[in-house]
Design a protein around this ligand. Structure first.
Ligand code: URA
Length: 433
């Protein structure tokens, strides 16, 4: 078997065998296959695609490239939740405590943000004292005691994905159905949960811009999860404007806390309750997703989800007083308001551009390993469908660097599309698979 033959086969629209796919994944992970051959194969896959069997073989080869986490020491049906990546998406910090309050053990591994999308681990680290790296035994104990623990994903899970993703990121091969599916599902299948709920983002701020592509991605991931023995569901959700109003690490944690108190934006509350409802159902604590949805709603009203958040933060060394006093988060130095250049209705807020502006304000990384400013970010006072008068504040940029704040404010203004007509807002929950 050799890489050149495989590249030519895929270039000519051939179907790779399981053995060939395993040969590539093992060889590339171990350094025997050079970047130039891996890049050529990825580009051939990008253009000519993979069928279901090839995608499943790629997923399992990547899953088996590292450790498979054993969560059997945790009692109950463990349900994982994953978002394909968006802007302002802080749902894990809401859905986790909600599902835990309904009796579903949450033992989750999350990632960091890269580029214009945020990551749960960075958000959690904005909580003073919070630890995202725990020994396995402490992680297991916390889930058994408190019902919830979320940690950073270790390098030993699907190391093949780590290498392949980094290569895709710089070779124009990210946005491909089979490559995204294998990347996400290899990590999920190695993470030890019994069931998986996927939030597939669709729109301007997502990898899949059209509903049709998002649906194909959701269906394929669900099929692969189920084929691997894990009950899997997917929800296709709108990412044509940021989720909620806050974008940036500590700002998003504050919005998540407000949502757990019942004061969150409508979109975040609806999506969190929907995802938590499906998790509660797959976790065997509700007879249907609808019943799960009702239970998740009750966990907000009763304060039980907020209480879980308190235990979660305390358990991982964070300061739980932030739940009652947002002033305990480190504070930004500069706030720049973005005002409306004219009167009209907000017709669109380009999510990707908001994510980039937030990143430029200091909230995200341009490259892996860059330091981020936990206090930087954006608050959207106006969202799609709102009316704005000339000079009225649309959004505020927060930063610790005046120049960065000013540059981000300019980018943010161009993310807003304002017109005379009030357009219909997109449906947030598009489909459930
Ligand atoms: N998230 C991942 O983990 N991988 C992808 O390929 C895309 C989004």
């Amino acid at each position: 078997m050799n890489m050149n033959d495989m590249i030519i086969k895929k270039r000519d629209k051939g179907v790779l065998t399981e053995e060939e796919i395993q040969f590539f994944v093992k060889g590339y992970t171990e350094g025997a296959v050079p970047d130039y051959q891996a890049s050529a194969l990825l580009m051939a896959i990008y253009f000519n695609g993979m069928n279901k069997e090839e995608t499943y073989a790629l997923t399992t080869a990547m899953r088996d490239s590292g450790d498979i986490v054993d969560l059997s020491a945790i009692r109950g049906i463990k349900v994982d939740k994953h978002s394909t990546g968006g802007v302002g998406d802080k749902t894990t910090l809401i859905v986790g405590p909600m599902a835990a309050a309904c009796g579903v053990p949450i033992a989750k591994m999350s990632g960091r943000g890269l580029g214009f999308t945020g990551g749960t681990v960075d958000k959690m680290e904005s909580i003073p004292g919070f630890r995202t790296t725990l020994e396995e035994q402490e992680f297991v104990n916390l889930v058994n005691e408190n019902g919830i623990s979320v940690i950073g994903q270790t390098g030993s899970i699907a190391p093949a994905d780590k290498k392949i993703y980094a290569l895709r990121d710089v070779t124009g091969t990210v946005e491909n159905l089979s490559l995204i599916t294998s990347s996400i599902m290899s990590k999920k299948l190695a993470s030890g949960s019994d069931a998986i709920v996927l939030d597939v983002k669709c729109g301007d701020g997502a990898f899949m811009e059209s509903l049709e592509d998002a649906r194909r991605l959701g269906e394929l991931m669900v099929e692969i999860g189920n084929a691997d023995g894990k009950r899997t569901a997917a929800v296709i959700t709108d990412m044509d404007q940021p989720l909620g109003r806050a974008v940036g690490n500590s700002l998003e944690v504050i919005e998540a806390i407000e949502t757990l108190k019942g004061n969150g934006p409508e979109d975040i509350t609806l999506l969190s309750q929907t995802l938590a409802g499906i998790m509660v159902y797959l976790g065997g604590k509700a007879a249907s997703p609808e019943e799960g949805y009702r239970m998740a709603g009750e966990s907000l009203q009763s304060g039980a989800a907020l209480e879980k958040m308190r235990l979660f933060i305390k358990g991982q060394g964070g300061d739980p007083r932030i739940l009652d006093d947002a002033g305990l988060f480190p504070q930004h130095q500069f706030a720049v308001e973005v005002t409306s250049p004219g009167a009209g209705f907000i017709q669109k807020i380009k999510a990707r551009q908001v994510g980039i502006a937030s990143q430029h304000a200091g909230a995200g990384r341009a490259a892996k390993g860059d330091a981020i400013d936990m206090t930087a970010g954006i608050y959207l006072h106006k969202k799609v469908g709102d009316a704005a008068l000339e000079g009225e504040t649309l959004a505020t940029v927060f930063a610790n660097d005046e120049q960065k704040a000013a540059a981000a404010a300019e980018e943010l203004l161009s993310a807003y599309q304002i017109g005379e007509e009030m357009l219909q807002t997109n449906k947030l929950i598009k489909e459930i698979i």
